[in-house]
Structures are given as C-alpha cells and as structure tokens.
Design a protein around this ligand. Structure first.
Ligand SMILES: Nc1nc2c(ncn2[C@@H]2O[C@H](COP(=O)(O)OP(=O)(O)OP(=O)(O)O)[C@@H](O)[C@H]2O)c(=O)[nH]1
Length: 314
C-alpha cells in the first residue's frame, strides 16, 4: 500500500531519512465516541477532559504529538450533532470550520455501538470534504470481542470512502501508535510548527478551568452537565514560591442546580474542589490553593451575552 516517496530535491534523494512532516488532524464523531481519550492517548498526557457525559468537549483544544519524524497537532472538536440550543449551534459551527482547516480527519465510530443515523449524517458531511483525507477509526475495541470489531470495520467501511480504516483502543493503548503513523502519513512535509516539547498550546488557565469542570461533571446527571461552565478569574503564583492561588467560578443555570453542585453543607463542592486540585497540581507541578465558588447565570446556554462572557465566541 505504501507508495515510495518521490524525492523532491536532490538533497532528499541522497538522504535515507524520510522527510519530516507536520500538520493538523482532528477527530470527529458522535458525542461520547472517545475522541478526547484518543487524543490524550496519542499525546501521552491529559490535555483534554473526558467524561461519560455526551458533549463534554466545548473547545478546539490542541494536543501536540512530538515524534522524531513528525509533529502532529490534534485539534479536538466538539461532537457534530443536531443543535438544540445556541450553545449547540456554536459548537457545531466550530466543528465544521475545524474540518476544513486540517490536513487529515479521523472519523471515530465506537466498536460496540451499531452504526446509526448519527454516524451516517457525519459520513455524509465528510463526503463533501473533497480535499481532506478522512481516516475511519473504530474506537473502544477493548469493549467488544474481536469478531464484533471485524464486523464493525466492515460496517464502517461501507459508510464512505476512507483513506484508511484502523481499529484502536485508547484505554488499552492497542494500535494507538498505528493511528499516529497513519495520521502522520497524511501530513505535508514541513518543519515543526510548535517549538519545545509542550503537549498543548491551550492556555494554562483554560486547562485549569477544564479540569475543574471535569471534576464537577463526575456523578451529575440529566441536564446538569450541560449547564455547568467554569471560568478561572485569577491564577498566580503566591510570592515565596511553591504555591499557586486559583480563583474560579462555576456557573450553573438555576438556583436548584446550585444547591445540587454545592451539596449538603458544601460536601459535594469540597469533593469537586479537592479532586480538581489533585489534577491541577499534577498539571502545574506546584501545590494549589483553589477558591471555587458557584454562581447562577440564568439560562446561559441560550443567552448570547452570557455565552460571550463565558468564552464561547461567535
Ligand atoms: N473502554 C473504553 N472506553 C473508552 C475508550 N475511549 C473512550 N472511552 C470512554 O468513553 C467515554 C467518552 O470518551 P470521550 O473521550 O470523552 O469522548 P468524546 O468523543 O471526546 O466525547 P464528547 O466530548 O462528548 O464529544 C469516557 O467515559 C471514556 O472513558 C476506549 O478505548 N475504551
């Protein structure tokens, strides 16, 4: 299958090394199919939050995979879905604009779920992306027996024209390196686009807000996950060193939700705070003082002004 690379310059013809490649990839798929987990597995570190709540991802976060032969920048998109709220519409247009700006797209379909209308909808959208190669990824293969993986590979290959099709488990790590190889193969030749070994270009403050949101999402149900937004107001090292002060606000949409996230005598909020602090300390490499408050921003998901304030740009 591999096409021999045509030497484009005399210099390359002499060198045995393959050319360095760099560029952007993104993953699309229904919500909850494992896009963020796969990006974290590729990067080798947690740069995107994950949860078992659909539509966890709200921003295009970049994970950077540094290799000797390539730099692969993974843009994490929110799941494509039929928008129900203004927030949903913004997420959808964010996902769509990302698709046209990357060098390769990974279309994720979980091994354990039958291919459905949501997948067909996305496959049709992707068919219109004529100039961008799409690699189909059958995710979460650890959840089903090999026979079911094989059947899903067939079902997914019937969904469209894919440049490649790869089964992968981000949790067991099986074939994560193959996914990286296949994506890299579709990148243009070029020098690294980001310096150093940084795993992401997401501002640290944003990552911290996402880690708090991830802790807050754990164990909440129904509409509540979509109603939670977190903003870090202030983050600074405390003079004297070794400690970072973080002031953050968790927004919910209604007073009843505020009571739920705070819990009896503040117990739930305290748990969320200490869980978030553990991850933030690992991220920053310092001890952390976290001041976390809860405020109601009435129906923020439907209010353009509030959405802007919470960082969801038009
Ligand atoms: N067993 C197993 N579970 C996985 C795997 N990948 C992801 N998951 C789980 O599936 C759930 C959703 O994963 P995410 O990575 O948040 O999915 P996503 O597609 O980014 O979700 P959205 O942000 O909603 O679009 C989480 O509970 C993950 O732990 C995998 O390879 N194996």
């Amino acid at each position: 299958m591999t096409k021999p690379t045509e030497p484009s310059t005399p210099h390359r013809a002499e060198a045995a090394e393959p050319p360095f490649r760099s560029g952007f990839a993104c993953f699309v798929g229904r919500p909850n199919v494992g896009k963020s987990t796969l990006m974290n597995a590729l990067v080798g570190r947690k740069v995107a939050i994950t949860s078992d709540q659909p539509q966890t991802t709200r921003r295009a976060i970049r994970g950077i995979v540094h290799r000797d032969d390539a730099q692969l920048i993974v843009v994490d998109t929110p799941g494509l879905h039929k928008p129900k709220t203004l927030l949903g519409e913004r997420l959808d247009s964010l996902a769509r604009s990302t698709l046209t700006e990357v060098d390769v797209v990974g279309f994720c379909v979980p091994a354990g779920d039958p291919v459905g209308r949501g997948d067909q909808y996305i496959a049709r959208e992707l068919a219109q992306l004529r100039s961008t190669p799409v690699v189909a990824l059958v995710t979460k293969t650890d959840r089903v027996p090999p026979q079911a993986v094989a059947e899903q590979l067939l079902a997914v290959s019937a969904l469209g024209e894919w440049a490649d099709i790869v089964p992968v488990s981000a949790v067991s790590g099986h074939q994560v390196d193959v996914v990286a190889d296949v994506l890299v193969r579709h990148l243009p030749e070029g020098p690294p686009l980001y310096p150093g070994g940084e795993p992401t270009d997401e501002p640290e403050q944003q990552l911290v807000a996402e880690l708090i949101r991830e802790a807050a999402l754990d164990g909440v149900r129904d509409e509540l996950p979509h109603s939670i937004a977190v903003v870090v107001d202030e983050m600074a090292p405390r003079p004297g060193g070794g400690l970072t002060d973080i002031y953050a606000i968790m927004y919910v949409e209604r007073p009843s939700q505020k009571a739920i996230v705070i819990g009896t005598r503040g117990a739930r909020l305290r748990d969320v705070g200490s869980e978030a602090r553990r991850h933030i300390e690992a991220l920053l490499g310092t001890r952390v003082f976290l001041d976390l408050r809860v405020k109601v921003a009435k129906d923020w998901q439907r209010d353009p002004k509030q959405l802007r304030r919470l960082g969801f740009q038009e």
